[in-house]
Write a protein that binds this ligand. Structure first.
Ligand code: NDP
Ligand code: A1CAB
Length: 269
């Protein structure tokens, strides 16, 4: 079955549910999307803006869908799984994006034949630039993994990994956009300090991050080598780098990824 022939249902249309729905419709406008949430005004807005099918009944979303994406908070996942258990028949593929929650914990709450895939995407799915990783549960088939990869590759890039690495991915790319947004804001602040207008400063800062990321991805060069290409002897960049190193920027970013990964592990307990 083609990806575009599958009907995708979302349980939860909060920040990440909406991001994924927007990304999927951007990549495959013809795909049928069903969504449910407890907050009716948000559903009405999504129905009006995107033309998707909405309901306040999760059972209705599941009944209409081949693929059911669980886009609810990890803290309420168990309760919702108990409510939808009998609606999740073995002909449906379940995709959980909940941070920290292991596949086994999801399978424990569902019928024994449930096909489950765990994914950690990120908010850049909204603009088809997400970095996602997937891992498979006991009953998920190779075709299920291909379908999940196809969905998340249409939203950016996606890789398949062993589940034990999902917490590391959550700390890196799942949470990562939130580390970079303040970097963009702070770089712009520096330029505003030096007299540039705010709008130009944010545009230049964001394009700088985008360009640097693209250089890493498209040249295949090591980030350190790329940094050296910008850094002229006795020039401007090395002054800036020196200041960043004095501030402990590398340890700060490493610690952020490690702390977030640890929190992901906690959520799974
Ligand atoms: N935000 C992100 O960048 C990322 C999030 N994730 C994961 O995605 C999941 C969702 O996160 P996020 O979108 O940020 O959270 P949100 O709180 O924005 O979205 C969750 C949505 O689920 C709704 N909801 C609550 N109870 C039910 C229910 N019984 N049935 C249906 N919907 C319900 C919530 O409504 P209400 O608010 O009224 O309770 C809310 O709209 C989490 O598991 C998170 O770990 C993964 C990667 C990135
Ligand atoms: O902050 C969180 O818990 C979620 C998971 C990854 C990104 N946002």
């Amino acid at each position: 079955m083609q990806l575009t022939d599958r009907k995708i249902g979302f349980i939860g249309t909060g920040k990440m549910g909406e991001s994924l729905i927007r990304g999927i419709l951007g990549a495959h406008s013809e795909i049928s999307i069903y969504a449910s949430d407890v907050y009716e005004p948000a559903l009405e807005r999504l129905n009006k803006e995107l033309g998707i099918n909405v309901s306040t009944e999760n059972a209705s979303t599941i009944m209409n869908s081949d693929i059911v994406v669980l886009a609810i908070k990890p803290q309420i996942l168990k309760d919702i799984l108990a409510q939808i258990k009998d609606d999740i028949t073995s002909d449906k593929l379940v995709i959980s994006i909940a941070a920290g929650v292991p596949v086994a914990a999801i399978e424990d709450e569902l019928n024994s034949d449930a096909r489950v895939i765990r994914v950690m995407p990120n908010i850049a799915a909204t603009v088809a630039e997400a970095a996602s990783a997937i891992c498979t549960g006991t009953n998920a088939t190779a075709e299920d993994a291909e379908v999940a990869l196809a969905i998340f590759r249409s939203l950016g890039s996606a890789i398949q990994i062993p589940e034990k690495l999902m917490d590391a991915v959550t700390g890196l790319s799942g949470s990562g956009p939130a580390y970079i947004f303040p970097v963009i804001e702070a770089m712009a602040d520096g330029a505003v300090h030096e007299g540039l207008d705010r709008a130009s400063a944010i545009t230049l800062a964001a394009q700088t991050v985008l360009g640097a990321a693209k250089m890493v991805l498209e040249t295949g060069m090591h980030p350190g080598e790329l940094k050296d290409m910008v850094t002229s002897p006795a020039g401007t960049t090395i002054r800036g780098i020196h200041t960043l190193e004095e501030s402990g920027v590398r340890a700060a970013f490493m610690n952020a990824v490690i702390a977030s990964s640890e929190r992901s592990k906690e959520l799974g307990k």
